[in-house]
Design a binder for this molecule. Structure first.
Ligand SMILES: Nc1ncnc2c1ncn2[C@@H]1O[C@H](COP(=O)(O)OP(=O)(O)O)[C@@H](O)[C@H]1O
Ligand SMILES: [Mg+2]
Length: 334
């Protein structure tokens, strides 16, 4: 196993005046055995960053180390990594066993050793009874597990995942998430996992890197990112519905934006006066959409509590220890 160190990583696609700068200097230290998720909207540079770690993309500036080794100039095969993609192409004519064994055969691993490793991976992934099947005889989730099995049998120092769950339906995604966590608990292999889905990031990550337009906005535990977002971007990207961002909150200083999550506002007898625009029932909770001065905001209340109606004027109170202040200019947390 190994740590991964990113030092001032820069990436530009192309050269000269037409060069497209994509990653603008990322620094991060991923500990040995840690599960780190890179999360951010589409196009922010997640795959580029991961592919530079994998050796599939040239590094324009900075250094990437895996363990003690700087890997900038190493071929992917020399980096001791295994990657799982969204589009995991299995060989259709090969059995599950052969799909998992293929990379090891190519690497001339002895036959007995291959069988031991494939059987072990199959056991972990609960694929033991499917080893003779062809990919077309498997469900989407089972195919995804075979793709993970292929990575596991390599016994790499590092796992790299690029949105491996995106092609699965919601239920299967949730199941596979649990399997990936279990896998990490059992194998303890340092993992970098890319997703655009903040729920996936929050549930899988030991720590998460939040990316925005080629910059790392924050690197922290899910709790840290949720409770003390470093910027307006992080505040609005993590959490659903997103944090309310108020420019005209009562008593706020000019040039500041007040952030308060929908779950940290309570309907009270007195307090901020807001007008209710609409109310949504979402099973166990209700979302009250309201307007206060020039600001729109959402209040999350229990399904069981009395619901206001559209058009009502109500009072709300923010929980004093849950306020977030941001600089309107820089977007940074104050
Ligand atoms: N081969 C390439 N050539 C030029 N630009 C690219 C290339 N690959 C990705 N990009 C650009 O780099 C940016 C980041 O892409 P990517 O890392 O794929 O984002 P993400 O994985 O976060 O969706 C995007 O603007 C994308 O258009
Ligand atoms: Mg991508």
């Amino acid at each position: 196993m190994a740590s991964i160190t990113l030092r001032n990583i820069i990436k530009r696609y192309g050269h000269g005046p037409k060069a497209n700068p994509v990653i603008h200097g990322v620094n991060a230290e991923i500990h040995d055995g840690e599960f780190v998720v890179i999360v951010g909207p589409s196009g922010c540079g997640k795959s580029t960053l991961l592919r530079m770690v994998a050796g599939l993309e040239e590094i324009t500036g900075g250094t990437i180390s895996i363990g003690e080794r700087v890997v900038n100039n190493l071929e992917p095969a020399q980096r001791d990594i295994a990657m799982v993609f969204q589009n995991y192409a299995l060989y259709p004519h090969m059995s599950v066993f052969d799909n998992m064994a293929y990379g090891l055969k190519i690497a001339s691993v002895p036959r007995d050793e291959i069988k031991t490793r494939v059987d072990k991976a199959a056991k972990i992934l609960e694929l033991g009874h499917l080893l003779e099947r062809k990919p077309r005889e498997l469900s989407g989730g089972q195919r995804q597990r075979v793709a993970m099995g292929r990575a596991i049998v390599r016994q790499p120092q590092v796992f790299l995942f690029d949105e491996p769950l995106s092609n699965l339906d919601a239920k299967l995604r949730a199941q596979t998430r649990i399997e990936i966590q279990k896998l990490h608990r059992e194998l303890g292999i340092t993992s970098l996992f890319v997703t655009h889905d903040q729920v996936e990031a929050m549930t899988l990550a030991q720590r998460m890197i939040v990316m925005n337009a080629g910059n790392m906005e924050q690197f922290g535990t899910p709790e840290e990112v949720y409770h003390t977002p470093a910027s307006i971007f992080v505040a609005s990207f993590i959490g659903s519905p997103p944090m309310n961002l108020l420019r005209h909150a009562p008593n706020s200083k000019p040039g500041t934006i007040l952030g308060i999550r929908p779950e940290h506002l309570d309907i009270t007898a007195t307090g901020w006066e807001v007008r209710v625009d609409t109310v949504e029932l979402l099973g166990a909770e209700r979302l009250v959409y309201a307007t206060m001065g020039g600001d729109h905001l959402i209040v999350r209340i229990d399904e069981g509590s009395a619901s206001p109606q559209a058009g009502d004027t109500i009072h709300i109170t923010p929980r004093a220890d849950r306020l977030h202040w941001f600089d309107a200019q820089s977007g940074k947390r104050l």
